[in-house]
Design a protein around this ligand. Structure first.
Ligand code: ADP
Ligand code: MG
Length: 256
């Protein structure tokens, strides 16, 4: 990537640096399989503020993962626009898109998706290698991040030796490897019990405060909404409502 292109993303000199980190404008996605069509997103528009904690709430099949794939640059909308830091990501060539996925966005999944044959430390170092960091630098940085998520002493363990909650914390550490602006977490607590799930949510909340990273987390569990600034409700491919946890006080009070 050229310096010019990097500057495009750096947001330096941009008057909107404190503004929206992601904008989705009338995003539609149709999956076609033979004769059948699934309208997974039917025109979703959303502005995400820099540094906010946004929860995407909706039942299974409502389009949460599809929306994540669009705003994370993992898949292209059928129509509509996605901007990351004011850049229309449809305009990027494959190399630029790969750069964006590597540096700008950290991904966290329901099933952790750690590489089983690697230690925690190696899992966290892997995206740094993709970003061109040398081994020594990467090791030092990865240890620092593991410390931040409370797992420094587990650095040399493999995923199978750890609990689900610990594995998800390693996955979160990995998502932070290249100091992203945005973390996209798709049902990060879906495979965890309530208490462990709440620990993960609290960790996201702390990372947002400490690092200023924007958190976007999908869930279908009302108990996982407490830390959110805003809750975006998706039903059948449409954003039907945007609310705050305070407006949802019945569900939120359950976890206090
Ligand atoms: N790759 C795909 N091909 C075909 N249909 C898909 C694909 N991914 C998702 N869908 C369909 O799109 C709709 C939304 O799915 P998804 O975004 O995974 O919802 P959620 O994450 O909220 O469960 C569902 O009807 C699902 O079956
Ligand atoms: Mg999903």
């Amino acid at each position: 990537m050229t310096q010019e292109q990097e500057a495009l993303f750096a947001g330096e000199g941009s008057t909107e640096k404190a503004g929206f980190v992601i904008r989705a404008v009338d995003v539609r996605k149709v999956y076609r399989m033979g004769e059948s069509e699934t309208h997974a997103l039917r025109g979703a528009s959303l502005d995400v503020h820099r540094g906010e904690y946004l929860s995407i709430m909706g039942p299974s099949g409502s389009g949460k993962t599809t929306f994540f794939n669009m705003i994370g640059g993992l898949d292209k909308p059928t129509s509509g626009k996605v901007y990351i830091d004011q850049v229309d990501i449809a305009q990027l060539d494959p190399f630029e898109l790969a750069w964006l996925r590597c540096r700008k966005v950290g991904y966290v999944f329901q099933t952790f998706n750690l590489i089983q044959v690697m230690t925690c430390l190696e899992n966290v170092m892997l995206p740094m290698a993709f970003a061109g960091l040398d081994d020594e630098e990467a090791r030092e940085k990865a240890i620092g991040i593991l410390e931040r998520v409370g797992l420094k002493e587990r650095a040399l363990h493999k995923p199978a030796e750890m609990s689900g909650g610990q594995q998800q914390r390693v996955a979160i550490a990995r998502s932070l490897a290249n100091s992203p602006d945005i973390i996209l977490a798709d049902e990060p607590t879906g495979n965890l019990d309530l208490k462990t799930g709440e620990e993960i949510i609290n960790l996201f909340d702390r990372l947002r405060k400490e690092l200023g990273v924007t958190i976007i987390s999908a869930t279908h569990d009302l108990k996982m909404l407490r830390a959110s600034d805003r809750i975006v409700w998706i039903e059948d491919g449409r954003i039907t409502r945007v609310s705050t946890p305070e407006e949802m006080n019945i569900a939120v009070s359950e976890v206090h």
